[in-house]
Ligand binder design. Sequence first.
Ligand code: FAD
Length: 330
Amino acid sequence: MTDAKIGVFTSPHDPSLLQNRCFLYHVTGQGTGEWKVPLGGMQSLVNALLTRCVQHHAQLVLNATALNIEHQGDRSTVTFQTPAGQQHVTARRVLVNAGPRTFARLLGRTWQPAPEDVGSVVKINMLLRKLPELRATEVTAEDAFGGTFHLDEGYQQMQHSWQQAAAGQLPDPPPGELYCHSLTDPSILSPELQAQGFHTLTLFGLDLPWTLFETDHDARRQTILQRYLDGLTRLCTGPFEDCLARDASGRPCIEIHTPQDLQQELDLDLGNIFHNQPSWFFTDDADRAGQWGVETDLPGIFCTGSSAHRGGAVSGIPGYATARCILGHR
Ligand SMILES: Cc1cc2nc3c(=O)[nH]c(=O)nc-3n(C[C@H](O)[C@H](O)[C@H](O)COP(=O)(O)OP(=O)(O)OC[C@H]3O[C@@H](n4cnc5c(N)ncnc54)[C@H](O)[C@@H]3O)c2cc1C
């Protein structure tokens, strides 16, 4: 159920079946649901893509913000801003990975999100100087944090937190889960930090929809952060905060992002990590039957990011579908 709720605001009996769609994305990996991480972090994946693009003579323009797309006949012109000024490129095909809000803006259209499109996640990133010592004596910290560490994520607890959030209250305690990526792949930390026993810890907080932070944002963000720290301390032999590393100014190395922060910093619409509600892998829309799910009403303009129909998140489905769609049209 936690995999069904991560990122979206839903509950086990949600008639929209948003929970089922979200869950499906978590079990498609490797055909078995196996989760993997790229050695060296996500940057190694980006670097591999870059190498492949360069091998195929792609021209890459960094720090370029697309401003608008004008569609005429069988051509589209993209205007984009670079530090050197505005530039244009005209092409038969334009592939847009940005979310639906940006997609609409680029085409001069209005964006009308559905209630299920709202993001519902708080992300907390931490650097630890040591792994916490748990009260539970039958498990080592390495084993406990080596997989997914569930915090207040029991069924009844999440029914309660969902009801609280639906009523406009901050969940108490808020459910969340943690991953210690440096245990899975130590290469994400420098050899010096590894030798000193440092670790990274990242927490996904559930049942924290965008709407909860629309008023009193900063104070509510601080309250939630403290509730998670208190939740962790409940399971540790001492205050969890003692495990946090300190930066050069002596401040604890911890950051928290609400859905509002994710929208502002990463351009994620309504803070939804999937850009909008995850879709089924099939369509029951007669107009879309026989399509790949990346086509738009404008020929040659494709929606190739997470908000594509029939696939999204990091599944790779929209990219695959775009390639099949375009190559099939040749
Ligand atoms: C903290 C977090 C954890 C996640 N964990 C998981 C997970 O475990 N499993 C999973 O499947 N998914 C996960 N996701 C979701 C997943 O990362 C996204 O669904 C996926 O990255 C979407 O890829 P994308 O290429 O469609 O869009 P994005 O990665 O959002 O890329 C869109 C790009 O477009 C750029 N852009 C926007 N507007 C413009 C413009 N006007 N001009 C130029 N560029 C523009 C943006 O800067 C961005 O780089 C997570 C997301 C977050 C934030």
